[in-house]
Ligand binder design. Sequence first.
Ligand code: CU
Length: 111
Amino acid sequence: MKAAIVAGILVVPLVVLAADRAAVAPKLDWRGTGIIQALLPPPSSLHATRPVIVIEHEPIPGLMAEKMSMPFIAASTDLFRGFKVGDRISFGLKETSDALLVIVIQPDRSR
Ligand SMILES: [Cu+2]
């Protein structure tokens, strides 16, 4: 009886943690690395209503074989917080019905 109560208390926080993790780590379709060339909250010359990040990115396996500089739509301007032009980043992309979206931006500490 006592053991069952203890187990119940332990299980609940684990379930909450798992749900939290799913919310902050949505499934990525691709992952890339590169250098930020521009951070453009809307409205900008590249998009009237959505945030845009321009990245000089390394080849992205399965998506783009070449290194290039290109704009991506970002899921939220909040992703830009703490970053500036020239920062080396790793980023996560998700294909949605209307855009190839950057949904994760992280400092790239791999080099
Ligand atoms: Cu590209």
